[in-house]
Design a protein. Sequence first.
Length: 408
Amino acid sequence: MKYLLSCMTLALGMAAPVLQAHAEDQAQRGAYLARAADCMACHTQPGGAPYAGGLPIVSPFGTIYGTNITPSKEHGIGLYSDEEFFAALTEGKRRDGANLYPAMPYTSYHLMPREDSDAIHAYLKTIEPIERAAPETSLSFPFNVRLGLLAWNMVYADDLQLQPAEGKSAAWKRGQYMVEVLGHCGECHTPRSQTGAMELDKRLTGGVLNGYLAPSLLTNDLAARGWNHQDLSSFLKHGMSAQGTMFNEMYPVFHNSTQHLSDADLAAMATFLLSDKPPEAKALTEVPLDKLSASAQSGRQQYLNVCAGCHAAGGEGKPHIAVAMRGNTTLRLDDPRNLLRVIEDGIGEQQFTGFERMQPMPGFADKLSQQQLTDLLNYLRQSWGGNAGDMALSDVQKLQEEAPQTEH
């Protein structure tokens, strides 16, 4: 008996380092997966502790607050088992059985395998618990009735299914998982119905989010805007490329997620989005001033007045100050709303990889009349965006009416 106990003790002693090494490897893998799943962006408020919650997420149904997912037992997920955490990620179920609002992208995460969920949970257990409650989400009736999500989940929760991967490369398959599931890109880049569900027959064709367009990620649409594999991979890694820089909702995605991913995974994402045999990126021919519309020619003066000081008279931009206008992806979009919003709202200072910075861009909502703004949009879109048509003053007025009410 003593011999048996000695053998058991020895075996446990020998196994302990192996188990500890496994746990450390699992947590390390989970840290990477949490980055890929972009957990920090929604569960960290500006200036707050990582994963401690409090970020207001504006939706058509009201403001939802990111929750505390640190190991705090009172305010976070410290009491969650692996099974309960997996249910929260993939089914939208809290530990107490209540339904999470689908601002939590369980409609994409439902395709996540258990081992990835367990790894993320193992990592979150290692971070510092923050003993602070996130603000409680309080929506108006009937959206405040979480029980109503039972019916919503029955219809939509597992609607998203991956498209067949037969004949696709290993990189394409990995990219599909990174884009569709972990990165949940479709949650923003897919239009939503009045019920708040993704319209999956229009998957990745683009969606409007708080007045900005999350543009189409379809292969031909990306190529039409000048994207190739190298530029797209670099854009995800560095937050900038020849097509411009990440801004608005994509900047936190870059800052908290994509810049931390491996080159192989970023290349895989580009392969999935552009396909194993990508179409040729569309070249852009700059249009001379005398070939522009009358409105666009008038807009040239507005450009010189308020834009050229940073973006240069010829639209080539200035390193560390402002991006180039030539071929900029925002100018090349058929939908002009992002260009309009940027001109009116401006962009805050941005920090990219290495020592790369971009100075803040002021908003010009109170400096340009509607006609001046229309002329400027036409100049930018026609001269450097490849968009031949004129925007009418009424088009600009309509987009301004659709914009969320913010202070300029």
